[in-house]
Design a protein around this ligand. Structure first.
Ligand code: NAD
Length: 233
């Protein structure tokens, strides 16, 4: 049980594990391969330059899978926490699915982008909603400026989105909870260490993450089972 006091400011970081019980595979578990390719090899600027069709096929597959997925009790518990804490909760997700939004979380910050958005790779038009799949024989999407349209995803080697806002919230939080994230993808893996200098840090997931030493305590179990009973305020 995690006690939340009336003055606590809570930072939640979610990773692929929170969506596992909704049927979306994590990267490092079984199913972390696609067509015998490691995800790092298709979710990268190098892959995009080499073969954009291949990259769009990967994201088309992920769009199809995510469009079938529904939130699980872990997502629902975090939406309830938002209703209870209001702006004392900051929800940061590494996930590109929209399950937090489907569960009625209103301000999830997607540091690695959003699966159902696309953007021009060249011009400054903002990212736009896009649920289409782009697979042969369909042609690849183009912006009105003529450049290619790419998934609105932070690929390996790119700078995550909303970094300033995230570090401000980390500086202000008194309680940090990471959920379903392996602690191997930077910069998110270092958030717990950053927060630990100011307050309590907790982890929720079936196994200890690689950065387990950064946590005050780890609650081992599936997030859909642990989260609904975890918080007291
Ligand atoms: P990861 O694949 O590296 O690690 C997943 C973690 O989830 C593991 O530590 C595992 O023990 C844990 N886990 C598995 N089942 C769980 C459950 N039922 N409850 C709680 N935890 C569970 O994922 P990551 O650390 O998020 O980082 C990899 C990258 O993968 C991120 O950038 C993320 O964008 C991306 N990703 C996102 C999705 C998604 O949007 N749903 C899916 C796969 C990967």
């Amino acid at each position: 049980m995690i006690e939340i006091s009336p003055t606590d400011r809570v930072f939640i970081l979610t990773g692929a594990g929170i969506s596992a019980e909704s049927g979306l595979p994590t990267f490092r578990g079984e199913g972390g391969l696609w067509r015998n390719v490691r995800v790092e090899e298709v979710a990268s600027p190098v892959a995009w330059q080499r073969d954009p069709q291949f990259v769009w096929e990967f994201y088309s597959m992920r769009r199809r899978a995510a469009s079938q997925a529904r939130p699980n009790p872990g997502h629902t518990a975090l939406a309830a926490l938002e209703r209870a804490l209001g702006n004392r909760l900051f929800l940061c997700t590494q996930n590109v699915d929209n399950l937090h939004e489907q569960a009625s979380s209103h301000d999830a910050v997607h540091m690695h982008g959003e699966l159902f958005k696309s953007r021009c790779e060249r011009c400054t038009l903002p990212p736009f909603d896009d649920t289409n799949t782009y697979e042969p024989p369909a042609s690849l999407p183009r912006c009105e400026c003529g450049a290619r349209v790419r998934p609105h995803i932070c690929w390996f080697g790119e700078v995550p989105f909303h970094v300033d806002r995230i570090y401000r919230a980390l500086d202000e939080c008194t309680l940090f909870v990471a959920i379903g994230t392996s602690g191997m993808v930077e910069p998110a893996a270092s958030f717990a260490t950053h927060a630990r200098s100011r307050g309590r840090t907790f982890y929720v997931g079936p196994e200890e993450p690689a950065n387990a030493s950064a946590f005050t305590e780890c609650f081992l179990g599936k997030s859909g089972e642990v989260l609904p009973e975890l918080f007291r305020f």
